[in-house]
Write a protein that binds this ligand. Structure first.
Ligand code: FAD
Ligand code: NAI
Length: 465
């Protein structure tokens, strides 16, 4: 134990970054506490993010299959499948409760003390949490992020909701307008579309899913339109008027032009998230945020203030749970005097729609900016298992360096893309070439064979197309 302090480490925030950092620090023999102001542990991800959204995505997919007749072609005829939305929400809440309770159990098991309440700095080694003052040699800021507000569109979580509200709508909207064609908009838009809503996505840019490979963005848009989404790209919302029964939005082309109105019974605002630093007292320790409101760190997750570290959504980089978790392990190892590293070049991202959309590494556009590349593509239409399962939307795309053949990026649209991308991430972490993947034996018949064949296509010689 560090002399003169209550703890070796206090982590602020018990999301995937914070709770993982706290557990790892305790495992490494450090006396650890974690401050969390929510009633339950697990942060955004477990309470109002990854977990409840995936619960509704899974349930709504089952509903659509049963209700919309998708099973009939397999000889499964279901008449009168109907929706019990309360039960769907209840099952989601059960999953959340089990998982957040699981973190509480892990805290007890690893002797991490939960400091309940809002934490704020007194100085670099002292915090006030609720009515308690606590000190630590090291303090890790893992306060996460919250929804970015949209001026003129006030979230009331009745008719105009953020993602938390959209995870708990009391009824299926007749018409849902989603502002923002990013990950949240498409995942939660999918949930309510499958349950029967007409969904219109209003996206400021000319394409949905910014940051993803251009070809993937185009193909995804095609698939979403086929599913019944209306995608209004290149459009901005300039105002909203909510009543007890619905919302009237004013929209206009992003580049300027005539305004029009759009009526909906619910509106979801999903235009991004911003770091949580309000009320943290960063001024007390002389720590300034960058112009995006983030806390900057070096490669080891140290801030400019000695003894203060930061990880997860509050620092630069993709706002993803697995990125936060890996940073949580690394920061604890660095505090313990070990070498904790996160390779930020190989962080997969997945959109959990149907099909799923996943990528790791560089987009083709970014790879081309850095040098000559070779690209191999393979469509699921030519993959035997996907054909058998009647699940042929999408493709795999492998981008490799033209000279060294080293894999620079992999993009997958497929019902199993989220699972398949792990193989690509591992290959890239091991410095694989596309030839390495092409000559790795993949089980048949599996969707994963499409990755092998895309790698073969980089070499110019796939078998099945
Ligand atoms: P958070 O999870 O935000 O946790 C921070 C915690 O700190 C919060 O619990 C907060 O209450 C607490 N806190 C903040 N300030 C203080 C303070 N001063 N004192 C005490 N406690 C404080 N990512 C994925 O990788 N996969 C997904 O499928 C996915 N789905 C998502 C779906 C939705 C709807 C949303 C909104 C997000 C989703 N994300 C997903 C993103 C993911 O939730 C975040 O990247 C992740 O939670 C970040 O972890 P974190 O530990 O940095 O912060
Ligand atoms: P996002 O950054 O993914 O998408 C926001 C979208 O809104 C962008 O397409 C942007 O161009 C658009 N936009 C911005 N301002 C706009 C405006 N005024 N009008 C219309 N469109 C506008 O952000 P999102 O979807 O809110 O998600 C927040 C974060 O949560 C993401 O960074 C993501 O990483 C994380 N998340 C991850 C998930 C996953 O990993 N499956 C699931 C859900 C969220």
């Amino acid at each position: 134990m560090a002399e003169g302090f209550d703890f070796d480490v206090i982590v602020i925030g018990a999301g995937p970054g914070g709770y993982v950092a706290a557990i790892r620090a305790a495992q490494l023999g450090l006396k650890t506490a974690c401050a969390e102001s929510r009633e339950t542990l697990g942060g955004t991800c477990l309470n109002v993010g990854c977990i409840p959204s995936k619960a509704l995505l899974h349930a709504s997919e089952l509903f659509e299959e049963a209700h919309a007749g998708a099973l009939a072609k397999f000889g499964i005829e279901i008449q009168g499948a109907s929706l019990n939305l309360d039960q769907m929400h209840a099952e989601k809440a059960k999953a959340v409760k089990e998982l957040t309770g699981g973190i509480e159990f892990l805290f007890k098991k690893n002797k991490v003390e939960w400091l309940k309440g809002q934490a704020r700095f007194n100085d670099a080694h002292s915090l006030t949490v609720g009515d308690r003052t606590v000190t630590a040699k090291n303090i890790v800021i893992a306060t996460g992020s919250s929804v970015t507000p949209l001026p003129g569109v006030t979230i009331d979580n009745r008719r105009i909701v953020d993602s938390t509200g959209a995870l708990a709508l009391p009824e299926v909207p007749k018409k849902l307008v989603v502002i923002g064609g990013g990950v949240i908009g498409l995942e939660l838009g999918s949930v309510w579309r499958r349950l029967g809503a007409e969904v219109i996505v209003v996206e400021f840019l000319d394409e949905i899913l910014p940051g993803m490979d251009a070809e993937v963005r185009k193909e995804s848009a095609k698939i979403f339109k086929k599913q019944g989404f209306e995608l209004r790209t290149g459009t901005k919302v300039t105002g909203a008027e909510a009543s007890d029964t619905g919302v009237r939005l004013t929209v206009e082309p992003s580049k300027g032009g005539a305004a029009e109105t759009l009526d909906a019974d619910y509106v979801l605002v999903a235009i991004g998230r911003r770091p949580n630093v309000e009320g943290l007292g960063l001024d007390k320790i002389g720590l300034q945020q960058n112009n995006r409101g983030q806390v900057e760190t070096d490669h080891d997750f140290r801030t400019r203030v000695d003894g203060v570290w930061a990880i997860g959504d509050v620092i630069p980089g993709p706002m993803l749970a697995h990125k936060a978790e890996d940073e949580g392990v690394a920061v604890a190892e660095n505090i313990a005097g070990q070498t904790g590293i996160v390779n930020h070049a190989v962080i997969p991202s997945v959109v959990y729609t149907h099909p799923e959309i996943a990528g790791v590494g560089l987009t083709e556009e970014d790879a081309r900016k850095e040098g000559e590349v070779k690209v191999g593509k393979f469509p699921f239409m030519a993959n035997s298992r996907a054909k058998t399962n009647r699940d042929t939307d999408g493709f795999v795309k492998v981008i490799a360096d033209a000279k060294s053949d080293r894999v620079l990026g992999v993009w997958i649209i497929s019902s199993l893309a989220g699972t398949m991308i792990a193989q690509a991430a591992q290959a890239m972490e091991f410095g694989a070439t596309s030839e390495d993947i092409a000559y790795t034996c993949h089980a048949h018949p599996t969707h994963s064979e499409a990755l092998k064949e895309a790698a073969m296509a980089v070499q110019g010689k796939p078998i099945h197309i």
